[in-house]
Design a protein around this ligand. Structure first.
Ligand SMILES: Nc1ncnc2c1ncn2[C@@H]1O[C@H](COP(=O)(O)OP(=O)(O)OP(=O)(O)O)[C@@H](O)[C@H]1O
Ligand SMILES: Nc1nc2c(c(=O)[nH]1)N=C(CO)CN2
Length: 181
């Protein structure tokens, strides 16, 4: 699909990670801030997983999770809203793949492919990242068949879930804060 209808609501999948400060509190704050944006509604929220760092090893373990949101925003506007929330929560960019208070990546919008430096969709590294795929597998449904099939086949091709532990369950009830156990 090339064109993009902004008048209709779209579902977007977002991966979140944090490995500095109070990781769980920061992730919960990011979810709340996303839902408080006037044009973004959080629909589903994965459990939280503690994961070993990938790419740059000399850093603390991450907490990772994933969300489904619905929005009428253009994808680039959604990404900019996400980057603003990262800044609000104290994200500092220095080392590539290095430690961060919070990271929000736009992973997938069904039927959409983009290849610009500012935004690539689907996220170009999603298939090799168990820390993205495992949380996503909590929230994908066969209705979103492109993503569902991508997550299932990418997970089957990885070496399993080594380095990924369930940290806490999480559920989302519209209009309230995310609830963790
Ligand atoms: N799908 C996407 N999601 C988030 N950022 C993207 C995406 N595609 C391109 N970018 C661009 O990548 C830039 C760097 O993002 P970021 O600092 O989060 O990278 P990173 O988390 O260190 O590494 P990685 O991109 O491998 O996850 C962002 O400013 C953004 O413009
Ligand atoms: N376990 C884990 N490792 C990472 C993560 C992350 O969120 N979790 N994010 C990175 C940059 O996007 C690099 N490495």
């Amino acid at each position: 699909m090339n064109g993009y209808q902004t008048s209709e609501k779209s579902e977007a999948y977002i991966a979140l990670g944090a490995n500095l400060g109070d990781r769980q509190a920061t992730l919960m704050e990011a979810v709340t801030l996303l839902d408080q944006h006037p044009d973004i509604q959080v629909e589903r929220c994965s459990n939280l997983y503690e994961t070993e760092p990938v790419g740059y090893m000399n850093q603390p373990a991450f907490l990772n999770m994933a969300l489904t949101v619905s929005t009428r925003l253009q994808p680039i506007e959604l990404l900019r809203a996400m980057l603003e929330i990262e800044n609000q929560l104290g994200r500092v960019r220095d080392v590539r793949w290095g430690p961060r208070t919070v990271d929000l990546d736009l992973i997938w919008m069904e039927g959409l492919q983009l290849d610009t430096p500012e935004l690539m969709l689907p996220h170009p590294r999603m298939r090799e990242r168990a820390f993205v795929l495992v949380p996503l597998s909590d929230i994908v449904s066969p209705d979103t068949s492109g993503l569902y099939n991508t997550v299932k086949s990418a997970l089957a091709g990885l070496d399993g879930r080594e380095g990924i532990q369930l940290w806490t369950t999480c559920s989302w009830h519209s209009g309230s804060a995310p609830s963790v156990n």
